[in-house]
Design a protein around this ligand. Structure first.
Ligand code: MG
Length: 249
């Protein structure tokens, strides 16, 4: 379908959608602790999104049954909320998407549950920092994979790996638009970034090898070697004045 550039008013609506997503993540974050189940977190997220006048983006998407993706420890993405009880020392990635006035917002954070190991905390820190470094490259005139290469260099420079074959994407009236954004690769490839492009930047990183497999539920992606994984994501607009994060509270 090609890249759909957004006008100022459309970006304003996406900012509103993004704010709902970011505030939903704050509500969920407050509830994350040992003893809570991932379906309890899902219910909180769905209630908040609907109260805000928005619709959960993932519920029903290709049959996905829930509002959030809740991915624990070696789960990378697309974990299905359920009766699993969070334990002290777990890490959990919460991915939230919402549709508001016809536009989508999409963001992810990975959170500690109780007290986590120093290595797990370092994984979270490096992942969040790699997102910031990717966003810094999201400027008009750069090429798409300048974002990819900056993220990969940062993550691998800290001894972690970037998950392959799962991508960021354009976003707007549709949850997934062109272009696809790998979080690894050579710089200087892909389309030139232009004002009005809105995309998700969502590095997934692992403490071990970057290979993954899908569980029998056909959704949950886990690291093949069982190592811990983390993800941070923002929806970002490229403007004349540089990158603007749309998924802020
Ligand atoms: Mg997402």
């Amino acid at each position: 379908m090609g890249i759909v550039l957004k006008q100022r008013e459309q970006i304003a609506t996406m900012r509103a959608a993004g704010r709902i997503v970011a505030e939903t993540l704050l509500v969920v974050q407050e509830a994350v602790r040992p003893g809570v189940t991932t379906q309890e977190l899902d219910a909180l997220a769905e209630a908040y999104i609907r109260r805000a006048g928005a619709t959960p983006a993932y519920k029903g998407y290709r049959g996905f049954p829930a509002t959030i993706c809740a991915s624990v420890n070696e789960e990378v993405v697309h974990g299905i909320p359920g009766p699993r009880v969070l334990q002290d020392g777990d890490i959990i990635s919460i991915d939230v998407g919402a549709r508001y006035r016809g536009y989508y917002g999409d963001a992810t954070v990975t959170l500690p549950v109780g007290t986590i190991t120093l290595e797990a905390q370092r994984l979270l820190d490096v992942c969040r920092e790699s997102l910031d470094i990717g966003i810094e490259q999201a400027r008009a005139g750069r090429r798409l994979t300048d974002i990819s290469a900056a993220i990969q260099a940062y993550v691998e420079g800290h001894g972690f790996s970037v998950i392959r074959d799962l991508y960021g994407h354009g976003i707007g009236r549709r949850l997934h638009e062109d272009p696809l954004l790998p979080h690894y690769g050579r710089p200087g490839q892909g389309p030139i970034l232009r004002p009005g492009l809105v995309l998700t930047i969502e590095p997934m990183i692992a403490a071990g090898a970057p290979d993954w497999r899908t569980l029998e539920d056909r959704w949950t992606v886990v690291t093949r070697d069982g190592s811990l994984a983390a993800q941070f994501e923002h929806t970002v607009a490229i403007t004349e004045n540089g990158p603007e994060i749309l998924t802020l509270p």
